[in-house]
Design a protein around this ligand. Sequence first.
Ligand code: GLU
Length: 328
Amino acid sequence: MPHAKSLSAHLLGAIAVWIASVSDAHAGEALRLGTGGAAGVYLPEGRAICQRYQETTGKACQALSTGGSIYNAQGVRTGDLDVGIVQSDIQYAALRGEGEFYDSGPSPELRSLFSLHAEAFTVVATPPNIQRFDDLAGHRVNVGNPGSGHRATLSALLDIRGETEGIYDVAAELRPADMTSVMCDGRLDAFFYVVGHPSQAIDEATRRCNAHLVEVAGADVDALLTRAPFYSLTSIPGGTYANTPEDTATFGVRATLITRADVDAQQIYDLVAAVFDHLDTFRQAHPSLSTLSPEAMVTAGLTAPLHPGARRYYEEKGLLPATGQAGK
Ligand code: GLU
């Protein structure tokens, strides 16, 4: 798969630079949690996790703004991050050394904590004639910054269609925080984002520059779902955004929290307890967290084995049956 290899090499180069700057700036004892860009859900969600952890343990926790899922998986793997929020498809790919992780190989040391909100593969466009994913070819699109999960999910969908980013007239690499303003300036026709809804960036694009949501459905999406167990069909409810009164069909993943096997079991237990013991408060951190349920959080979208510190908490609370594998 030559395209996947070259994209992967490109991403890893960019990631190395990011990681170097994060580790210089945040050396020390604080728990380092990788999140996402300023326009997304990962950052406020990560801040809420850190806040609960600090309040309950008195220990420091830094929610770092990063390039997104690929960056976070790579950072956890190298030790520059202790925990990271990643899309469930990226967790799967990182563990197995597939897709963007083809060159770096499998990461059997990755462990999961719990899953978070549902994220939909979302396409936002301004030209009225772009109504379906097929209509995007030949247009100026934002494929996503290197290190983002949405860039990798788009790549998986294009792969299954036998296409590359070359089908677009422009394939920009803007960060989520910049894509709306560039679109509203008339320099971009569409952007991709794998994000929880409602999203501030999409609300702004639909209200300020008359953008609408684009349907992503059909045989290619069905084929993607058959190949990969962590994708599911979903829809963005009509009326969530301006100019899109009907439901928009697409597919989605879950946001998940990962760490490494060698991260201290008590630290992970405390982090899990900080969230689950205060779930009502945590659900208020962002509207897309409002429907989180403990039962779904301990299983949905988790392909890496549970960290023993997380497993101990779930077994103590009766969320999972005892297995004798829980950490002390
Ligand atoms: N799903 C996006 C990514 O993995 C981030 C979305 C967000 O920040 O809410 O890069």
